[in-house]
Design a protein around this ligand. Sequence first.
Ligand SMILES: Cc1ncc(COP(=O)(O)O)c(C=O)c1O
Length: 505
Amino acid sequence: MSQRTGIQIDPRRDEPLYKQIYDELVSRIRAGEYPTGHRLPPSRNLARELATHRNTVARAFDALEQSGFVYSVVGRGTFVAAQPDSAAVAAEPLPSLPWSALLSRAADAEPLARLDRMVHSVQRTDLVNLTSLYPSADLLPANALRRCLDHVLRTCPAESLSFAPRYGVPRLREAIAELLRAAGVPVGPDDLLITSGSQQALDLFARALINPGDVLLAEEYTYTGVLTAFAAAGATIVGVSGDAEGPDMEVLRRLGRNGAKAFYVMPNCGNPTGASVSLARRKQLVAWSHEFGIPLIEDDYGADLDLQGGPRIPALRALDADVLYVGTFSKRLIPALRVGFLACPPLLRRRLVMLKHSMDLGTSALVQQALAEFIKRGYLRAHLRRIIPAYRSRRDALEAGLREHLPPGIEWQQPRRGGFLWLKLPPAYDTELVFEEAQRHGVLVSPGALHSVHRPQHGGIRLTFCAEPPERLVEGARRLGSALRELAARATLESSAAAPGMDGV
Ligand SMILES: Cc1ncc(COP(=O)(O)O)c(C=O)c1O
């Protein structure tokens, strides 16, 4: 004859019945009323006592087991598990350690704080996102990747499920070298190191080259991730102004005389301005690099995302084997692969591979094997044939929206490559205020200040068109247009309020 438990449940309460049973049993276990090893009543008996279905009790028991309060033994029943000794846990919470004093200067570097502020100021989730530089889910080749993952798991499980070779899976390095050579970049598999995203390649260069206080040169507007990686390594980052052909050589010569550890440049499509470097300027950059002994870091993140076609200007790495070349599969394929790569001279590559090993013990072998298979099967080419026209029509939709909705006097150049557009704003606009006002109007944009070395208040904003479908891009342009009009109206009001005579000055 089973003992009654005396548990009370109330079907009128909002909480589900199983949860009421769960809570009641937890409080008995915690109070020691049901000690370690105590056998709970069989679920059938408890269900009868509570006039409920047995599945309801079974669900409560399952939840107890998942939370570690009980364990079940087949054929014997459900028993109370040993509970942590609550007396051993301090009753009074200890005062927190002095975390802000413990932080390194690297963790507190200004570009990191700048990015953090911007990320945390995004409060809404219903925004049209014109900041994400990754493709939207509908453009990602999930099925093709699944087939490649299945294939490598079936055909080479040992190599796929273990650590990858330090420089990267040879098959993938061969495939990448072939892609690069087809694009006119003369590298072999042995020049390459596979990295966890190209962000890691940049971070490795920072670790290998920078002592605190060393200078990194970068274009005035540059990739946020290079600012954060090099600032975290302790670099002083100095901006280089440019003209229609690329970085200003006079400025570079002046800066070069003071020494620097590298010049970071995106010759094919500067992020965020979309500017490219002419062939003549590329040759001058290579000559400058050798004259001053300062390496060039060439970030070719937008490779294969040529929206216009036509002849390619040779890569810096094609002009000079000392150029440190960085590439990625995040933009042209799938960001979640986290596969990037770098090519550099052997002496540096040996150091970088050790630094990388100490960071992550290697990039996923499974993903590298699957990516090699993906490329070998021709899936990458097929994928690009699908996404380039999609990007082109997204770019056109965004441009049409901007033409229709922006106030007059705002200019941009049609992007010929990549996934974004740089909107030059007249000096009356503070780009951080534009960012905030645009967010209030339901669209997220990247202010130039986020991407710049010297953080000018004026300049422009970056609008991506790869992460949203065409109709949302038009809607984003409409929202941005009303944000800009509102800012302009407010500035007019403020300046007339400040005009002499109005305020008695
Ligand atoms: C210019 C540039 N380089 C490098 C990266 C890093 O990309 P990933 O680490 O995904 O390869 C990005 C990402 O946005 C980028 O815009």
